[in-house]
Design a protein around this ligand. Sequence first.
Ligand SMILES: [Zn+2]
Length: 275
Amino acid sequence: MPELPEVETIANGLNQRVQNDRIESVWIGKKKEPLKSPAAEIARTLEGTLITGVRRVGKHIVFDLKPFDLKPERGPGTRQWVVHLGMTGRMLVTAPGSEIEKHTHLIAKLSSGRELRFVDPRRFGRLEVREESFAGPGTEPLLVELEDFIKLFRKSKAPIKAALLNQKLLHGVGNIYADESLFRARVRPRRRANTLTKAEMEKLHAAVRKVLQEAIAAGGSSISDYVDADGEAGFFQIQHRVYGREGEPCLVCKSPIKKIVVGGRGTHYCAKCQK
Ligand SMILES: [Zn+2]
């Protein structure tokens, strides 16, 4: 599943390719699962708009749209097209007439002649349109200040790993980056969130941002089969220090990395380095 750094990379790639292009018409497939808004509403909202920008909000891709034709029924306001990639969703920018992949659920024809396509074999991805500004459910991990970060977790009795994954608290930290952040902060994943000291919270706050920023700089680190906005595979992978390294020696102390389950998710840590 693409995590925050991958979504950031994809959103930036889309922004470079389709900003200031216009959506002329929209085709939507028959499968209902990817449609969080009704098909007719998605088509009506997208058609006849200028894409003013594409950005990441949490793990969502948000297209900011502005009507460019003057049909009065559209109203003057801006609106958003919000895409969640789910497990296997991809947004492709294709040349006109290029072959339509199986599991294509939406095609937006652009004024440039290219097409923006949403492809998703497993159909956990979601397409939604909104009139008001989409902010996402939780706090943005790359922007949150230390004081607010501490407040998020102060009252939680959940294991810190589960709290990091709770999208109502921090929006967009996934399994890989939660494990990597906890390792760097030297905090055990099962520690109850409300037992972390201020010093540990400071380390964790810094670690979450550092891990995500490094991964964004490396172009995301997904190990699954999705591609960037050009349809090309091949993201760099940051070196995971604990994630996926069960039984291998810790890079700091050489003890074997352990794997446990916390909040239903496979969790990797070093029992010697993390307290
Ligand atoms: Zn260690």
